[in-house]
Design a protein around this ligand. Sequence first.
Ligand code: NAD
Length: 250
Amino acid sequence: MKLDNRVAIVTGAGRNIGEEVSKLLSSEGAVIAVVDIDQARGEKVASDIVKSGGKAKAFVCDVSSEADIKALVKNVTAAFGKIDILVNNAAISDNKHMFEIEKADWDKVIAITLTAPFLMCKHIGKQMADQGHGGAIVNVSSTSGYYGRNRAIAYTAAKGGVVNMTRSIAIQLADYNIRVNSVVPNKIGSPVGKDDFDPTRPVVNLRNRSGVPIDLAKAVLFLVSDDADFIVGADLFVDGGCSTMMPGGS
Ligand SMILES: NC(=O)c1ccc[n+]([C@@H]2O[C@H](COP(=O)([O-])OP(=O)(O)OC[C@H]3O[C@@H](n4cnc5c(N)ncnc54)[C@H](O)[C@@H]3O)[C@@H](O)[C@H]2O)c1
């Protein structure tokens, strides 16, 4: 299997994309630290993995809290001995126009969607560097990090930040044999912050279907596996080709 003997942390792993990433990495042999702020969601995913023969444990962590992140590093290494893979997937969106958003909402979105992946990379990158045998990190960005939107502002700023921050982190961790990349989804499964698939979300892409969580999970698996050994600092679009289309073009 591609990830035998590897320990992976997946944040926001209790639902949708993070859940599918956790299950796919587990099916390739990784031990999964299922990280979510919602205990019930995380425990359900960890228990599903264990029931299907994998190894996983749920960890409650608010990724916007540096104290929680430091505790997470300690608790995961105590439970599993090391950390080899990090998938920074947790995020929230504001879904607001700039005249509507309050500063407190702005700060919360930036804290969870941009500052948290930085702090996770910092503390887990240091743990991987100290372990001395490399690692792989994938940050989940969004097409919202590349294009402006009418109904989101902190989220678009945060996701744009994730993309370029990933490049700097890729450079800064390269000497430690830690590969860092990002994935760039568009409309995968349920909308961010929602439990259910929304059939009214317009789908405009070259595959003429909505994305499903396994589409993104396969891209993450590729990037964290040795198959992507020569891929560093890349942003891999998993968007059905929508970003290649000129709006209104023919
Ligand atoms: N769903 C999409 O269509 C889509 C499109 C583009 C990008 N993305 C990105 O993909 C990633 C996953 O999206 P999703 O739709 O699966 O999200 P989701 O809202 O379905 O799930 C996110 C999970 O993160 C957890 N979470 C929220 N705040 C947290 C915190 N402070 N600490 C720890 N956990 C926290 C939630 O409890 C939830 O289980 C996000 O980075 C999102 O921006 C999603």
